[in-house]
Every structure is written in C-alpha cells, then in structure tokens.
Design a protein around this ligand. Structure first.
Ligand code: AMP
Length: 421
C-alpha cells in the first residue's frame, strides 16, 4: 500500500481524530454483532500506546433519515403507531457502542452530544491527557453525506479543529466520499489504521497479480448490484462461478422457464450480453446445473432438487443443488486465489443454506491447500460465520460495499484522500 499508516507518523502528545466503522447491527439498543468494533481495536490500542494527548473517535451508525422513512412506511402499512424518537434511540444513538467499547478497552470512554457544534467543541477542548471521546453518530448531520462539497467541507473543517492528526480505519465506509471519511482528510495529516491496511493488502492480493488459478464466486439476490464486479472480474479470473437469486435471470436469458424464482426482468438483456461476452472471450463462466426448489418462500416449505431446465411452474429456486455444489467445490479447491461475494441461496433459512455452507467449506479447504481466500463482507461474512468457518479462510472483509467496489476496480475515496508514503 502506498499510503501512510499510523506507523509512519509521530502520535506522542498529539490530538488524534480517528474514523472507525462501528456501524454494527443494533436491535432496540442491543448490539447484535461486534465484529466491526473488535476489528478496529488493534489500531485504537496502538494509538493509545503512543501516548497521544487524547483520542476522538467517530463513526456513523445506520442511516437515520433513510431508516426512519422505511420504518414509518412499514408502521403505516401495518397500521401500527410509530415513535420516531424511540426508534432513533434504539438504532442510531452511540450510547450502547460507547459502553461496549469501554468494556472492550477496559477504559472509560466519553460520549459527545453530537459530532459537531459548540457543545462538542467545548467538550473536546476540555479533554485531558489520555482521554477517549466518541462523537455522536456522524449521520445525524446532513453535511456528512451531502452531495455538495462545500457542505461537507463545513462539517469536515469543524471535525479537523479537534485534532492534529486524522486516522482512517473505517474500511467499511471507504467507498463513500463523506465529510468524516474523505473531506476531513484534506485538512489534517491523514493516515490509515491497521484494519484499513489489512483489508487493502488482502484485496490487493486478489486484484494485483493474483496467484493462479484465480476463481471468483458471485451470488446474492440481484445482478443489478453485482454487474460491475462480474464485468471486471470476468477478464481476470480463470473461472467465474455464479449462484444465488441472480442465476435465474441468466437462465431466463437462455430462454428457460424459471417458475416463481427471482427474476430481474429488466436485466435479462444484460444477462444475455454477459453470457455472450464470456463466450466470445473464452471466459469460464459457470452457472448452476441443478437447484433446490421450494413450493413457498418458507423454511418449512416442501422442496425438491431439479435440473435447472426443469423448474416446475409453481416453485421457486432457493439454493444451488448437489451437482452444482460438486462442480463449484471442485473449482474452488483447485484454486490458489478465491474471492467470494454473495450467498448461493436464501441462506437465512436453514433448509436453504446447504449450497452457501458448501461454498464456505470449499473456501476453507482451499485455504488448507495454500490458497488465499477472501470473503467479501455483508451477507457472505454472516454466512461464513454462521457456518463456523470464518477463521478457516484467509480474510473476511468488514466491508461489503467497499470490498465490492474495490474488486470492481474502483478507487475508494476514503483511501485516495490519505497521505502517500
Ligand atoms: P445481496 O445483498 O445481493 O448479496 O443478496 C443477498 C440476499 O440474496 C440474501 O438475503 C439471500 O437470501 C438472497 N438470495 C440468495 N439466493 C436467493 C434465491 N435463490 N432467491 C431469492 N433470494 C435469494
């Protein structure tokens, strides 16, 4: 990586501002999974060991505006009352995060009333040697995500006033050019944390000179979210394996009947183009040969295994089948570099999780054979943890969107803004 890290800068006695990605799943104020918090601990601990004047941490937590709108609409539809303040309290306020961080660090962590503003500035100015302060959710301020650079700059300048050095360890948000992830880096010496460094090192292994054979496994619900990564990886990998809900749009593109399976009708043409390009360029693009179908979208549904050209009209494909598992596992275990993004089926329902678990197992086997195996964040990270195999692969990314954009060949703005070595 050609960016400076916390190792390349003197932090002793400095006022440090650090962006982390503590956007963890919260249910009524209870943290459901703290992987992202634990992942940032090595950097936090390192910074504290350097004896800075103080450490100010900041993160977003959910997307208040969007989440409120969605929850309100749902409550209206279900004819239920909606308490906005209570909803925000349980989903977007940093209090439970701060309490948990204090436990993890074994040290007190203070909480500011907001990310910016006079009250918070006064609180920062009052910090003593070695204090740790967490700012309130950065996304409570519309400037954070504003499309207008001047707006973002207004917020970023206030954040920059807190510190002498900016550290970015928020890989999961590095694909967003927000005030706290990108703009602020222009107003302070700006370096990467260890999590950022590690994520980029692993993803870099897959994108720059991957050891061959290089296999990519792409799944998930929709082609629309994965089109760029499919197109970018297609020319680089030795085999591209496609599963998940998106496979059915590819079958439709080949004139097959897919019953009640997921279909993106407006992407059939695109799927056709991808298949044509793969053929023309001699790319080994493998689609499932069989699948598990269910008579309803329910874990308790009746199921059967069918060939992909024999999906019954009233049934929906919910997972890849055993022949496909064999085919995919064979490709994956032969590989020396593997990237995986997106489940092979509706893995949240245990009866439809076999294909996804088998892919996770194949990645674990490939790792044992010496391969570098990388799991993109989001659903594939949950799936591999669910299978108990998260420690059996080389790297599980903490950033779904960010790792996808990296694999698409895009530049991550949060990384680009950091100081070069
Ligand atoms: P994505 O966010 O695009 O990676 O998609 C993840 C979602 O795809 C998960 O919630 C899965 O349940 C869903 N999914 C995977 N396979 C299927 C399928 N065959 N039919 C419907 N949804 C699926």
């Amino acid at each position: 990586m050609n960016k400076k890290t916390v190792r390349d800068i003197d932090l002793k006695g400095k006022r440090v501002l650090m962006r982390v990605d503590f956007n963890v799943p919260l249910k009524n104020g209870v943290i459901q999974d703290d992987i992202r918090m634990r992942a940032a601990l090595p950097t936090i601990q390192y910074v504290l060991d350097q004896k800075p004047k103080y450490l100010v941490l900041m993160s977003h937590l959910g997307d208040p505006k969007k989440d409120v709108q969605k929850a309100k609409e749902k409550a209206e539809k279900d004819n239920k009352p909606f308490d906005e303040a209570k909803f925000i309290e349980g989903k977007h306020k940093m209090k439970p995060i701060v309490e948990h961080l204090a436990e993890l660090l074994g040290k007190p962590v203070q909480l500011a009333p907001a990310a910016i503003g006079a009250e918070t500035k006064a609180m920062v100015d009052g910090l003593k040697q070695g204090d740790i302060l967490m700012l309130e959710n950065t996304r409570f301020h519309k400037e954070e995500t504003s499309k207008d650079p001047a707006e973002r700059e207004k917020m970023a300048k206030q954040l920059a006033e807190y510190a002498d050095v900016y550290v970015n360890d928020a890989f999961g948000t590095a694909h967003r050019a927000h005030a706290s992830t990108e703009t602020v880096a222009h107003f302070l010496p700006a370096v990467a944390g260890f999590l950022m460094e590690k994520e980029l090192a692993y993803l870099g292994k897959a994108t720059d000179n991957p050891v061959k054979p290089y296999v990519a496994v792409i799944g998930g619900a929709k082609i629309s979210g994965k089109i760029d990564v499919i197109q970018n990886l297609m020319t680089k990998v030795d085999a591209l394996l496609i599963g998940g809900g998106m496979m059915f749009t590819f079958y439709k593109a080949q004139g097959m009947e897919i019953g009640k399976s997921l279909l993106e009708a407006d992407k059939v043409e695109l799927a056709k183009q991808i298949l044509d390009t793969a053929k023309a360029k001699n790319v080994k693009l493998l689609l499932p040969v069989d699948c598990l179908v269910a008579d309803k979208f329910d874990n308790a549904a009746a199921t059967k295994i069918v060939k992909v050209d024999a999906i019954p009209a009233d049934w929906a494909g919910v997972d890849i089948g055993p022949e496909t598992i064999k085919l995919f596992a064979g490709e994956i275990t032969k590989a020396k570099t593997v990237v995986w993004n997106g489940p092979m089926g509706v893995f949240e329902m245990p009866n439809f999780a076999k294909g996804t678990t088998a892919v996770a197992q194949a990645l674990a086997d490939a790792t044992k054979n010496g391969a570098t195996t990388i799991v993109g964040g989001g659903d594939s990270a949950s799936a591999i943890a669910q299978a108990g195999l998260d420690k059996a692969v080389s790297h599980v990314s903490t950033g779904g969107g960010a790792s996808l954009e990296y694999l698409e060949g895009k530049i991550l703005p949060g990384v680009a803004a950091l100081n070069d070595k």
